[in-house]
Write a protein that binds this ligand. Structure first.
Ligand SMILES: NC(=O)c1ccc[n+]([C@@H]2O[C@H](COP(=O)([O-])OP(=O)(O)OC[C@H]3O[C@@H](n4cnc5c(N)ncnc54)[C@H](OP(=O)(O)O)[C@@H]3O)[C@@H](O)[C@H]2O)c1
Length: 293
């Protein structure tokens, strides 16, 4: 199966490499073209524009940072729309809001092409291991055609119906995750300031009802103040912002998410946007230190 791949960031690179490893013929493009080199060494072809990839491939997957990147790659000069036509499919796996996804879907559909949104749950390691959870919505026929690629990229895919449902599901999941990371950070600080061992806290959490892979994976690095980026904090804050906007639309009050968003915003303002989202711990630590000792 031949697929195009637009966007070779942390996730896109891992996903495209995975497709290559499983025998797919992959043509890549990235805004910073030099990032395509590693993929070429692994057998990928390169095109110089998104339009070039669409022209060459029946199916093209995109994995881009945010709504503005997703829109730019489709609508700008040399973009996806220039070569999109009947018989081709475009699968956007970026995390964006439902409005962005619908705008892209309408434009693709007008050309006669098919559109699927398919954001993913799971980070760098699951992307490398083909263990993502895929939240697809849009054209059902395209979903069925692209299943062989989803089977390589993920451990499970969901088809959620009309365009927008995949985007919304992803935002709900990441809103919960961002709030959990803040609560976890506060717990680590509170344990430390109370004279307790953070490692013992991790051990206790691991054995109880709130045990989860995120605490287990991130906790030891956070204790060492290390935040190598798997999920960049700037993207987590984007997801909190988009989830809060969804809450505004639906009149859903979300004070926990709103407070968490403030902490992520603060972390961005301190220059931590390119660190892992667990770096919000730095903000929580500083806030905690203003208390009496
Ligand atoms: N990392 C995770 O754990 C994770 C998990 C699930 C979902 N996601 C979502 O997946 C998406 C990608 O995440 P990531 O971690 O791979 O991000 P990343 O490492 O920051 O990569 C972002 C990609 O978007 C491209 N890009 C940014 N602005 C652009 C523009 N204006 N025009 C064209 N390309 C542009 C970048 O190109 P350059 O190389 O030129 O900068 C890069 O290829 C995001 O929506 C994120 O929220 C991430």
């Amino acid at each position: 199966m031949e697929v195009g791949f637009l966007g070779l960031g942390i996730m896109g690179k891992a996903m495209a490499l995975n497709l290559l490893r499983h025998g797919f013929s992959v043509t890549v493009w990235n805004r910073t073209l030099s990032k395509c080199e590693e993929l070429v060494e692994s057998g990928a072809s390169v095109e110089e524009t998104p339009a070039g990839v669409i022209k060459k491939c029946k199916y093209t997957i995109a994995m881009l940072s945010d709504p503005s990147a997703a829109l730019s790659v489709v609508f700008d000069k040399d973009g996806v729309l220039e070569q999109m036509c009947s018989g081709k499919g475009y699968i956007d796996m970026s995390t964006v809001d439902a409005q962005t996804s619908s705008k892209i879907s309408e434009a693709i559909t007008k050309t006669g092409g098919c559109f699927l949104e398919a954001p993913v749950s799971g980070s760098k390691k699951p992307a490398e291991d083909g263990q993502l959870v895929i939240l697809a919505a849009g054209e059902k026929a395209l979903y069925e055609e692209i299943i062989p690629a989803f089977d390589v990229l993920g451990k499970k895919s969901f088809f959620l119906g009309q365009v927008g449902n995949g985007a919304k599901m992803k935002l709900v999941v990441n809103m919960i995750m961002g709030s959990m990371m803040n609560a976890f950070s506060e717990g680590l600080v509170l344990a430390d300031r109370s004279g307790l061992s953070q490692q013992t806290l991790l051990d206790v959490l691991e054995l109880g009802a709130v045990a989860n892979p995120m605490f287990k994976l991130k906790g030891p690095a956070m204790m060492k103040n290390a935040y190598p980026p798997a999920f960049p904090l700037k993207h987590q804050q984007k997801d909190m912002r988009l989830a809060l906007a969804l809450g505004d639309e639906r009149a859903v009050s979300m004070p926990v998410a709103a407070a968490s968003n403030e902490a992520f915003k603060k972390a961005r303002s301190l220059g931590l946007g390119d660190q892992d989202f667990s770096a919000v711990y730095e903000v929580v630590k500083v806030a905690g230190s203003s208390e009496e000792s």
